[in-house]
Each structure stands twice: as structure tokens, then as C-alpha cells.
Design a protein around this ligand. Structure first.
Ligand code: ATP
Ligand code: MG
Length: 418
């Protein structure tokens, strides 16, 4: 039987990895400009961490986690998201003692046992950011602006920002009760999952994509009409800061998010281009999470974006880099000269290719074309004798002579390496 990858786990081949580098580099640049530093945490944590942070009555904990017992009889879980592990490390290393405000970002694979489809996989990748230590709505606005800047700088006009407020432990119980009494009369129309959610987590019914549930919950009371004065003012001020920085957004009072730890501001970057995989990035404020995990009462806000979905939105653009120069030889006699030049040029940062197998000149030229080399040179006896050769720029056929030395070639060809 042929060995293949585990279902829902993908290989990223060199053709595609240029796109990934572009996404990662853009994120690092934007986040670091905003003062965020990278934190790298393990891909596996104790299962309890996710139960305590994400919440027992969420889709992730109920059905999506890769949980198993290791050889030491400990229950461990491949991380389904990044915030829990980052906050565990934040508390464990008392990072709050070094600086009252901390700004961290992370990137890497996440694991959820879901039904694989376009934009939804069992191993997928997120880049996320977390800002802790600030209650002020200004922090919310900076994090949102940073997320929007990322999409602008990467060159995507889709997706767009939607925001909401989920209130706090003061005002959410009253909203939950109002929603429950609204749902009570419609419970027969809800799907089996939502019937269960009605008891455990009624807000999640607003997020259900089953058409019957969408219809049954249309006209449900709005969370924004149930905010306490503190949450209402916070939300108004976040919006004022977004307006001040000319960041466009829509309010979506039905956005509830799938994790229990969110309070106040929640948000998504939403696209219409990926079917039901409409959220490209999502996040919110989590003022209770750090204390819930045994740390001090420190507020936080953050988001995570799904790199596969960003990559899909970038579509067919090419992100590969190409050789600067292909050195072809007339015969085997010139291979030593060619190889010595290639070795020297590579050390100086010029990306050079040559043939490995003693192929004919014609087949070497075909390879130079295939690799999309920027320049090409053919070295024969005459070139070796004269110590110079003619270099051809492949895009427009422009030709120029240069000495067959590392310095001579480098000054003509340059380097595309940053
Ligand atoms: P969805 O509603 O699509 O299931 P989610 O609410 O579960 O998304 P989050 O937990 O907020 O997603 O994760 C943030 C981002 O991570 C999502 O917006 C999405 O881009 C990405 N993401 C989540 N789950 C997957 C997955 N299984 N495969 C690929 N990307 C994913
Ligand atoms: Mg999900």
C-alpha cells in the first residue's frame, strides 16, 4: 500500500512556499513595526489548558481536538489554536513582571479534527498576535488597525472588517437569558447541535450555518442592546478610534465567535470568496482569560488569521524567485571554469545555476529557460582564452560583455537577493 499523508494534513511544495514566505514576511514586518515580538511555544500542551481556556461547550473542545494519552499516561492535545499556549507561557514566565504591556505574535501549525474541504484542513497554520495589559479601547483599535494594515500591505482589498461587542460577565447573563427566551419558542426549528447549544451555550446558535437555524434566529435580540454602560462606552470608543484612523468596518451584532474566553470587542475579517469558510482572521478581547488560567487579573486582546485562507485569496500570483544567471558550457572542458565561477558567485550572493550532468548545449539552454534565469552565458574555448564572455538578459535579449571573474559578472548581473 502506498504511503500517503494523513487526511487533512497537507504538504506545501516549493512552488507554493514562495506565497507562504510572502505572507509570513508581510506579517512579521507589520507586526514588528507595531512593537510585537515573536514568541514560539510548543505545538502540544496539557489537555486541561484548552478545556479551561477555550471552554468545554465549544465546537473545538467538544469535537475537534487531537487529544491522546502519552506513554506516561498524561492527557495531551495538539494545539487547536495559539492564544491558550501563549498565555500559559506568559503566566509561567511571569512576563507581566517585565513590562506591564506585552505585545507578542506567533505563527505555526494548529490541529483540529474537522471535515476537510477548501480552506478547512486538519493541520492548518495561523499567525496571531496578543496584546496584554491594556484595558483601554485604544489597544483594541491599534490591534484592529494592525490587522487591517496587514491585508492592505499584502495587497488584498478583500476581506473586510466586522466588529461586535460580546459584553462582559456583568451584562452577558442578561443577554443570554433574553436570547434563550427568544429561542424557546423556536427550538423545534433548530438543528440538533443548536438544540444542545440552547442549553449549554445559546449564543452559538447565532453562528450556526444551517439554513433552518439562520431563519429561526433572524430577529433575535441584539447583544449590543444589552451591553452595560461600561461595555457600551468601551465599544463606542473603539469605534471612535477606528474612525480617527480612517479604518473602515461594519458592525455585525450576530458575530459571537467560537471560544468562550472573549469579552467586549470581537471581530472578524470576512470574505465572500471562500464559500462558507468566510472568516480569514478572527479575534477579540479576553479580559478574564489570564486570571482564569491562574495568572493575575490582566486584560488582553488578540487575533489569529488562517494562512491557508490568506494564500487562497492571493490566488494565482507568482511568488517564486528565479536564478540570476545560468552558466552553460560548450563542452566538458569548460566545466571547471564554470564551476569555479559558480562557487565564487554563490558566495557573493548571486544565485547561479549550471548543468549537473554534462548535457548538450541545447538541453542546457532549455533548462535555463525552464528555471526562468534572468541572465544566461555560454562559455566555450574562446571565452576561456579571452577571459570574457557575452551575457544575455533573457527577458529582452539585451547582451553585454563582462570579464569572467566574480567581480566582473556580479557588476553586470547584480543580484535579486534581498
Ligand atoms: P470557522 O468559523 O471557519 O470554523 P473559526 O471560528 O473556527 O473559523 P478561529 O478559531 O477563530 O476560526 O481561527 C482563526 C482563523 O483560523 C479562521 O478565521 C480561519 O482563517 C483559520 N482556521 C480555523 N480553522 C481552520 C481550519 N480547520 N483550516 C484552515 N483554517 C482554519
Ligand atoms: Mg471552526
Amino acid at each position: 500500500m502506498a504511503l500517503t499523508a494523513v487526511k487533512g494534513f497537507n504538504d506545501i511544495l516549493p512552488d507554493e512556499s514562495g506565497r507562504w514566505h510572502y505572507i509570513e514576511q508581510t506579517a512579521r514586518r507589520v507586526f514588528e513595526r507595531n512593537g510585537f515580538g515573536e514568541i514560539r511555544v510548543p505545538v502540544m500542551e496539557k489537555t486541561e489548558l484548552f478545556c479551561r481556556s477555550i471552554g468545554d461547550a465549544t465546537d473545538i473542545v467538544e469535537k475537534e481536538m487531537y487529544t491522546f494519552i502519552d506513554k506516561g499516561e498524561n492527557s495531551v492535545t495538539l494545539r487547536p489554536e495559539g492564544t491558550a499556549g501563549v498565555m500559559r507561557a506568559f503566566i509561567e514566565h511571569k512576563m507581566y513582571a517585565q513590562d506591564p504591556v506585552s505585545k507578542l505574535y506567533y505563527l505555526g501549525p494548529m490541529f483540529r479534527y474537522e471535515r476537510p474541504q477548501k480552506g478547512r484542513y486538519r493541520q492548518f497554520h495561523q499567525i496571531g498576535a496578543e496584546l496584554t495589559g491594556a484595558h483601554d479601547p485604544l489597544a483594541d483599535a491599534q490591534v484592529l488597525n494592525m490587522l487591517v494594515s496587514f491585508f492592505n500591505e499584502i495587497g488584498l482589498t478583500e476581506p473586510s472588517l466586522q466588529i461586535n461587542s460580546l459584553g462582559c460577565p456583568e451584562c452577558r447573563p442578561a443577554y443570554r437569558a433574553a436570547l434563550r427566551s427568544f429561542l424557546e419558542e423556536r427550538i423545534a426549528h433548530l438543528c440538533e447541535d443548536c438544540k444542545r447549544r440552547f442549553a449549554t451555550n445559546p449564543l452559538r446558535t447565532l453562528d450556526c450555518k444551517v439554513p433552518g437555524c439562520v431563519e429561526a434566529t433572524a430577529g433575535a435580540p441584539s447583544v449590543l442592546e444589552h451591553l452595560c454602560s461600561g461595555c457600551d462606552e468601551h465599544f463606542t470608543t473603539v469605534r471612535r478610534y477606528l474612525d480617527l484612523s480612517q479604518t473602515r468596518y461594519d458592525i455585525n451584532s450576530r458575530m459571537v465567535r467560537g471560544l468562550d474566553y472573549y469579552t467586549r470587542t470581537t471581530f472578524e475579517m470576512v470574505t465572500g470568496l471562500l464559500g462558507s469558510q468566510s472568516a480569514v482572521a478572527a479575534g477579540g478581547r479576553y479580559d478574564g482569560l489570564i486570571s482564569q488560567l491562574g495568572g493575575p487579573a490582566i486584560p488582553g486582546i488578540g487575533f489569529a488569521m488562517g494562512l491557508e485562507r490568506v494564500a487562497l485569496l492571493l490566488g494565482g500570483q507568482e511568488f517564486c524567485s528565479f536564478p540570476d544567471l545560468f552558466i552553460a558550457t560548450m563542452g566538458v572542458g569548460e566545466r571547471d571554469v564554470a564551476f569555479r565561477l559558480m562557487a565564487g558567485l554563490l558566495k557573493s550572493g548571486v544565485r547561479v545555476e549550471m548543468d549537473y550532468e554534462g548535457k548538450s548545449l541545447k538541453s542546457q539552454m532549455r533548462r535555463a529557460d525552464k528555471l526562468k534565469s534572468r541572465y544566461c552565458v555560454v562559455i566555450g574555448e574562446n571565452e576561456v582564452l579571452s577571459g570574457k564572455a557575452s551575457f544575455k538578459r533573457m527577458a529582452d535579449g539585451f547582451q553585454a560583455d563582462a570579464a569572467l571573474t566574480v567581480a566582473g559578472i556580479q557588476s553586470l548581473v547584480g543580484t535579486s537577493e534581498q
